[in-house]
Write a protein that binds this ligand. Structure first.
Ligand code: ADP
Ligand code: MG
Length: 397
């Protein structure tokens, strides 16, 4: 294949290793400076120029977009996507992961363990937010920090409030996060490629530092991940829309707590710690995908007006319990069941003979009009029960 590595650091360890791995496998590989592209929306089809010239044909790109150029970098990646050039990490995926709040919001509905986190703007809401995540000591984080810069541990509520107010006054947005003391300055970095973890390491903070970033003096060691940690890492990367990702997790008392998902993970630390060929695994994965790429279903499906994807409950409006999929009448109503969710199991392309059970959920593609009547009422949020303050009830006379 012909592969472009998008990077502004051709001499960096990671870029060098990726280039070498691609060459070793007989691929044609170039390192292109992300900032030298011009997005060309002039002609009938989306196009790109590089260094003022039309870009030649590429089969795949591997974006390595630094934090300082997120906007332009993701625009370039998005343009490649529009040109049907394969990328393991989409512009959306990179944007999702880059902002710690956005990442937390997306992950939070998927049953992934994360440190308790809150986000507020008004001064009056700061103290309640600190209490909400468990009180002091509390971690304060800039939304787009890296390498541990912008991650602060505040020992007391008063100090935390002062720090947050100061940052707010300089127009910085910050996350308020529970301090996971039991992880004791250690964290896990899992390198996800496709749907598996290809390497993992533990980082240990030096001295009394609580941040384990290598740039903060942390040391690294290889680690064998339990299935629980492996699953948390792979699912997080998948939910974010990243096929190449470095997932950072704290070791909480109840299991993995995902802190962040990096879309351009560095390779030096992890290859050194584990002695594994991570660069090779990434290139192999891209090679495989170029031959048979996945499609962004959401983008493609909405092209057919009136059709879409919906989740139907078997015990919902339609009385389907005990019927087979063939007898359900769905097919006649122009509804195709893509996957059947039963408990924690997922049955892709369920057969006609499958008997439907009360708790089944079906992911369907079809006429929205037809499906609308079958969609159950909006799930109500479970109200948090708060005790009312004891007050004498006035007597009615
Ligand atoms: N809630 C937390 N509790 C305990 N330690 C934390 C917490 N959040 C971050 N850390 C430590 O600080 C480091 C940096 O935090 P992280 O959110 O990954 O920011 P960065 O993007 O700068 O690496 C982590 O690797 C971890 O060691
Ligand atoms: Mg980190």
């Amino acid at each position: 294949m012909k592969l472009a590595i998008l990077s502004r650091a051709p001499h960096a360890y990671s870029t060098q290793r990726l280039r070498a791995a691609a060459e070793q496998r007989g691929h044609d590989v170039r390192v292109l400076n992300t900032l030298r592209f011009a997005i060309d929306l002039v002609g009938p089809e989306p196009d790109l120029q590089y260094r003022g010239r039309p870009l030649s044909d590429y089969d795949a790109i591997l974006p390595r977009i630094g934090n300082s150029i997120t906007y332009f970098g993701t625009a370039v990646v998005r343009q490649f996507e529009q040109m049907d050039v394969y990328t393991p990490n989409t512009a959306n995926g990179i944007t999702n992961a880059r902002d710690k709040l956005r990442a937390n919001q997306i992950l939070s509905r998927h049953n992934i363990g994360m440190p308790a986190t809150a986000f507020v703007r008004n001064r009056a809401d700061v103290r309640p937010a600190i209490q909400l995540v468990g009180g002091a000591p509390v971690v304060i984080k800039l939304l787009e920090g890296t390498q541990g810069i912008g991650v602060i541990l505040a020992p007391e509520v008063k100090v935390a409030e002062a720090i947050i107010e100061t940052l707010h006054s300089t127009k910085q947005n910050v996350l308020i996060q529970r301090f996971i003391a039991e992880s004791r300055g250690r964290d896990i970095r899992a390198l996800v490629v496709g749907d598996r973890v290809v390497a993992a390491m533990r980082r240990v903070a030096s001295g009394d530092e609580f941040r384990s970033n290598v740039h903060r003096g942390g040391t690294v060691e290889p680690v064998e991940l339990s299935p629980e940690y492996e699953q948390a890492a792979v699912r997080s990367a998948q939910i974010m829309g990243l096929k190449v990702a470095g997932v950072d997790m704290l070791e909480g008392n109840e299991g993995p707590l995902v802190m962040e998902v990096n879309s351009s993970p560095g390779l030096q630390g992890i290859e050194t710690a584990t002695n594994l060929d991570v660069a090779g695994a990434i290139i192999d994965y891209i090679g495989g995908q170029v031959a048979f790429p996945e499609i962004d279903v959401r983008q493609r499906l909405t092209v057919s007006t009136g059709y879409g994807v919906a989740e139907l409950l078997v015990h919902g409006a339609a009385d389907l319990v005990g019927k087979t999929l063939g007898e359900s009448g769905l097919w006649e109503r122009d509804i195709t069941v893509l996957t059947l969710h039963r408990g924690t199991n997922v049955i892709p392309n369920p057969r006609k003979g499958v008997v439907l059970e009360a708790e089944d959920r079906m992911l369907c593609f079809g006429k929205l009009e037809e499906m609308r009547s079958m969609v159950p009422e909006r799930r109500r949020r479970r109200a948090k029960v708060r005790r009312l303050p004891k007050q004498p009830i006035p007597e009615v006379s």
